[in-house]
Design a protein. Structure first.
Length: 126
């Protein structure tokens, strides 16, 4: 499974790319592989306030429907509207074209609760 060293991760298999106070969030290669073919995604609207650890959307795949959990608190600045017509981008390109949302973080201290690539690799290898 592909794990990017420059990203942060959650135990629920979201990845986070931080740029200042803006965080881009997606699901990991491991998560998309476990879910199988993704057929639908429900994302929060731009302007929605989200809280760390709370559900903020869902991902529907052939195998299952899973909640999407926000790894950070803040306000949704952008959502990947390409996923509305092509949810399979999460399978094809989980770290680039298949990103989900961008959040303007309200509490950067929450970054300390996330996993490094090394820590995340240990979880998915067990």
């Amino acid at each position: 499974m592909l794990v990017h060293d420059d990203l942060l991760y959650t135990e629920s298999h979201e990845w986070i790319r931080v740029d200042g106070d803006l965080a881009t969030i997606g699901i990991s290669d491991f998560a998309q592989h476990e879910l199988g073919d993704i057929v639908f995604v429900e994302l929060p609207e731009v302007g929605t306030k989200v809280s760390s650890g709370e559900p903020c959307g869902s991902i529907e795949a052939v195998k299952a429907v899973e909640d999407l959990f926000s790894p950070l608190s803040g306000k949704v600045e952008e959502k990947n509207t390409d996923l509305e017509d092509s949810p399979d981008l999460m399978n094809k390109s989980p770290y680039e074209d298949g990103w989900l949302i961008k959040i303007r973080m309200s509490n950067q201290d929450e970054l300390e609760n996330l996993l490094s690539a090394v820590e995340y690799k240990k979880i998915i290898e067990d």
